[in-house]
Design a binder for this molecule. Structure first.
Ligand SMILES: CCCCCCCCCCCCCC(=O)SCCNC(=O)CCNC(=O)[C@H](O)C(C)(C)COP(=O)(O)OP(=O)(O)OC[C@H]1O[C@@H](n2cnc3c(N)ncnc32)[C@H](O)[C@@H]1OP(=O)(O)O
Length: 240
């Protein structure tokens, strides 16, 4: 009888731990099923000490996926490359809730759209570019406003040159200014020769709704990071 209770207890704790942490641990160790891990901007970003935000990996593997992550997961063949980068210094600050207003918050987002996303033949649909820019702005404004959710109030896009399918492009998005609840942003899409293909500006306003799943994902990262820290400390003690 005691043995059965013990086994039941172990199964419960094991199941709970698996359910709670597995998606997040998996996100850290998996290759996220990317068809192509390489792209034209990789060495430039590595040299600039850019890294991929862990929260994005987590959204890919988490049941709380939002629209773009669902879209990518469900249409695995739509984007050959989908990678978001920001300065490595920024990551540590975000997870330690230590982001300061003078930190120059920006991100780079490399994408390569497959034929599935063409509008005209071999040209990426402008609506997809708007979506990618909108999402980049959403992420940046969320971080810049101290992890308060924001909503798109205004988005302006100038399509200067066609963006081709099956080619690598980089979106660079940055904060222009912040005035109270208003976050003003700007973005540019470059091709591999640094030619500007698309320019955008946006106004995002902080809102009371919609941010809980991102907050949960960030909290999970903090928990997993704390677990990692503890393992590192235990390993260090063993060596001493
Ligand atoms: C690393 C990553 C971490 C994860 C990150 C999370 C990623 C998430 C990514 C997902 C991203 C997905 C993103 C999405 O898809 S968000 C979904 C699409 N957007 C919406 O659904 C928003 C719909 N609109 C609204 O709900 C309201 O209109 C909002 C909330 C925007 C403002 O209504 P609210 O009642 O709150 O404010 P207010 O009207 O008193 O105005 C306040 C001030 O703002 C000024 N104003 C307002 N509108 C405009 C305008 N259009 N141009 C210029 N100015 C404008 C206004 O004049 C006033 O100025 P002032 O008189 O005070 O000077």
């Amino acid at each position: 009888m005691k043995k059965n209770i013990l086994l039941f207890g172990l199964a419960f704790v094991g199941g709970f731990t698996y359910e709670r942490y597995f998606p997040y641990v998996k996100a850290f160790i998996s290759d996220k099923g990317q068809k192509n891990d390489d792209h034209s901007f990789k060495s430039m970003l590595e040299q600039g000490n850019y890294i991929q935000p862990k929260v994005i990996d987590i959204m890919h593997s988490s049941p709380d996926k939002h629209f773009l992550h669902n879209f990518i997961a469900q249409h695995n063949e739509a984007l050959n490359v989908f990678k978001i980068y920001y300065p490595d210094k920024l990551e540590q600050k975000i997870y330690s809730d230590n982001l300061e207003s003078e930190d120059k918050i920006h991100l780079h987002f490399v994408f390569n759209a497959a034929d599935h996303l063409q509008g005209h033949s071999s040209i990426v649909h402008g609506g997809l570019l708007a979506t990618l820019i909108d999402n980049a702005f959403g992420q940046l404004s969320y971080l810049a406003s101290g992890q308060i959710p924001t909503a798109t109030a205004n988005l302006n896009i100038n399509y200067r040159k066609p963006v081709k399918t099956n080619h690598d492009y980089m979106i660079t998005a940055e904060i222009d200014k912040i005035e109270g609840r208003k976050v003003f942003l700007k973005a540019t899409i470059y091709d591999q020769d640094k030619t500007i293909c698309t320019e955008a500006t946006g106004l995002f306003l902080t809102v009371q709704w919609g941010g809980q799943m991102w907050k949960n994902a960030l909290d999970k990262i903090k928990e997993v990071t704390q677990i990692d820290d503890k393992i590192v400390k235990i390993d260090q003690k063993k060596k001493e």
